[in-house]
Design a protein around this ligand. Structure first.
Ligand code: CMP
Length: 140
């Protein structure tokens, strides 16, 4: 399988509970390498752009409000089959359906406050990485 990069966000519910290191430990134990990382407060415009695909969904406003409610840690993760691997490591969007050993099973509070985001495909990973990182900020 090819070496890929995926985009990750440690969301405000997790940073508020001081779980950045706990989430990163799960990521690294799964064999993914954190090749870029920064802690930011997203602007409303950044969050609306990032989640534009969900604009028509009833939870869009709530989702944007949540994502700008506190610090997030944006990351680029690298590894063999990183996109699918990270989705496995995160677990299901709804933490009540997430498998044992996943980040969301261990830490997520609800379907909205679900601790982490990960790209769903190679094209979205490239777009999401480019929204938050310039090339020289990613060091593999
Ligand atoms: P994420 O992977 O960041 O991508 C879209 C997000 O929308 C998803 O994680 C959830 O946090 C959020 N989401 C999905 N469904 C709902 C819902 N029913 N109510 C609130 N937020 C939701």
């Amino acid at each position: 399988m090819a070496i890929e990069r995926t985009f990750s966000i440690i969301k405000p519910d997790a940073t508020a509970r001081n779980l950045t290191g706990a989430v990163n430990a799960i990521i690294e134990k799964a064999g993914l390498r954190i090749v870029a990382q920064k802690r930011i407060l997203m602007t409303r415009a950044q969050a609306e752009t990032f989640y534009a695909v969900h604009k028509a969904r009833p939870f869009f406003g709530e989702l944007v409000d949540f994502m700008i409610s506190g610090p997030v840690v944006v990351q680029v993760l690298e590894g063999e089959g990183a996109i699918l691997k990270y989705r496995d490591v995160m677990g299901a969007t709804d933490p009540s359906k997430a498998a044992d050993g996943t980040i969301r099973k261990a830490h997520a509070k609800s379907i909205g406050e679900n601790s982490v985001h990960g790209s769903d495909a190679a094209d979205t990973a490239a777009i999401e990485i480019a929204q938050f990182f310039s090339g020289n900020e990613i060091v593999g």
